[in-house]
Design a protein around this ligand. Structure first.
Ligand code: NDP
Length: 505
């Protein structure tokens, strides 16, 4: 039996004993004020650090710092070329420290090091380059149709952004929020998940090794109900950008609504992955495994409902199960590991609880379904797959957010489309087919924000990403982020004198 160990004195990079907020360019002192929450390593179950929770007063200080930097500071007022220079400095400092950030992410979130170092880390740095480019290329509009006027539309920064992110991909997702917010001249307060504070705390420190003015990027740490709620409710916030679960999204939208603040919500999914008999089945198999199991199965865009055409179902499912059983689960720092531990204990228990839920709905357990027996400690579970009786089963309707695949079979493509759309979610959809009319039919009929044809998990940052139905409100993309993080202003000027009524003359 494997026993993965954690030794603070031997850690590859320094781990702070206490993680505090970072406000107005300064780390908050780790005094005994407020709640202390453990930050865990999910591979070893060790407490690796403590998080000192930001209370309402500390959140207020962070919003005030962002407010001051926005209302009076240089950031919204500087030229785009100058802002771009600083954004590139941020990219460079993050790239120079990518090993450390990826280490902290793997240690605290359990995401494999291959993924954090090879994919999330580069994406974190690229987010700053990408949004600097988007902001510097942004153009206005001009209208002359109403004579004799010229109306020009300019975009101005919207103000202070409250940015709230989840634990499943902290550095990739939260840096996208920071970059897309500040590129357009805004300032922000970020609240990461209480479960994964380590990597982002270091990222915010690193951002301050550049010429960024103080108060532009602030960080508060703590629980959603305490720190997050204080941030979203704060009247000094101008806009709320949230990525997380649908239930939380509803609560946040209600709070933001009370203050009439725009809100973007990137929420959960239960995406259909349609495998037709006309697919290249080898590629469909590879893609389906990646779609459900990568990032330890903890991803909003997972292909978690695998719909397979009946005539190929037995063979496809059999191969999927065999491959699932050969997946390497283990220490996320080992290069060969494909699935690491789930992020925290309560989440692991919740994922495993779906095995009994599936059975009580008449589903057949195909593989996995248990805590992995190969480890003394750590929140490792076996890659799991079930075959549901029909799409009404809870395992087909609820987001499980772990390495847990649910199969449903279908007779023809119309039935597959109907099943895919019978869901409260609409984040993404996958279809595997070499038959163009089938692909086009599915891509048009599925009510989801992104359709992947014969490919899993390909994010194009320029194109909109976001959900239909309960998967969210708004989109992330070059253009959508610009409209979300800016206010449009129309200025109208006559191009020549025109007759004006002379009231009272
Ligand atoms: P949660 O909704 O539980 O939490 C997300 C964030 O919101 C955390 O920082 C959390 O803090 C905070 N939060 C919780 N309650 C409140 C509140 N009342 N006010 C303000 N903030 C609050 O989601 P998870 O972290 O569990 O992430 C998993 C979910 O995220 C899944 O549903 C997944 O599908 C979704 N997701 C969506 C993506 C998309 O692009 N559509 C991408 C990635 C994930 P804390 O954790 O400290 O409680």
């Amino acid at each position: 039996m494997n026993h993965i160990t954690f030794d603070r004195s031997n850690a590859k990079f320094p781990i702070p004993e206490v993680v505090t907020s970072f406000i107005n360019g300064q780390s908050i002192v780790a005094d005994n004020h407020g709640e202390r929450l453990p930050a865990m390593c999910p591979s070893t179950e060790d407490t690796v650090s403590f998080l000192r929770e930001a209370d309402k007063a500390e959140v207020d200080a962070a919003v005030q710092a962002a407010r001051e930097a926005f209302d009076k500071g240089p950031w919204p007022r500087m030229s785009m070329d100058e802002r771009k220079r600083v954004m590139h400095q941020i990219r460079d400092v993050l790239l120079a420290n990518i090993d450390e950030v990826a280490y902290l992410e793997t240690l605290n979130a359990g995401i494999t090091h291959g993924h954090t170092r090879g994919f999330h880390g580069p994406r974190m740095a690229w987010n700053f380059e990408f949004f600097a480019e988007v902001a510097s290329q942004a153009a206005g509009e001009a209208y002359t149709q109403t004579k004799p006027y010229l109306s020009i539309v300019t975009r101005e920064p919207i103000g202070v952004g409250a940015l709230i992110g989840p634990w499943n991909a902290p550095i990739a997702l939260c840096t996208m929020k920071i970059a897309s917010c500040i590129a357009f001249g805004n300032t922000c307060v970020l609240k990461p998940s209480e479960f994964t504070p380590l990597s982002l705390r270091r990222v915010v420190e690193l951002i301050h090794k550049t010429d960024i003015p103080k108060g532009v990027v602030n960080l508060v740490n703590g629980r959603g109900q305490v720190t997050g709620d204080a941030l979203v409710s704060h009247p000094g916030v101008d806009v709320v950008s949230f990525t997380g679960g649908t239930t939380t999204g509803r609560a946040i939208a209600a709070r933001a609504g009370q203050n009439l603040k725009p809100v973007a919500l990137e929420l959960g999914g239960k995406s259909a992955n349609i495998v037709t008999a006309s697919a290249n089945l080898e590629r469909a198999l590879d893609g389906s495994l990646l779609a459900i199991y990568s990032n330890n199965g903890q991803q909003c865009l997972a292909g978690s409902r695998i719909l397979v055409e009946k005539k190929i179902a037995a063979e496809f499912i059999d191969k999927f199960v065999k491959r699932s059983q050969q997946i390497i689960v283990g220490d996320p720092f080992e290069a060969k590991t494909q699935i690491g531990p789930l992020a925290y204990e309560a989440h692991m228990k919740r994922v495993l609880s779906y095995v009994d839920i599936a059975k009580s709905d008449g589903a057949e357990l195909l593989t996995g379904g248990k805590r992995h027996t190969g480890f003394k400690k750590g929140y490792f579970i076996e890659p799991t797959a079930v075959l549901a009786k029909n799409n009404g089963a809870r395992v087909c309707q609820e987001e499980i957010f772990g390495p847990f695949a649910t199969f449903v079979t279908f007779e023809d493509i119309d039935e597959a489309i109907a099943i895919a759309n019978q869901s409260e979610f609409g984040l993404v959809g996958y279809v595997w087919s070499e038959h163009l009319p089938t692909v086009m039919k599915v891509s048009q009929a599925i009510r989801a924000g992104t359709i992947w044809v014969n490919t899993p998990l390909t994010r194009e940052l320029r194109a909109p990403f976001g959900g239909y139905k309960n998967s969210g409100i708004g989109r992330d993309s070059a253009h959508d982020c610009m409209t979300f993080f800016t206010e449009a202003k129309t200025t109208t000027i006559p191009l020549q004198d025109f007759p004006m009524a002379k009231w009272g003359a």
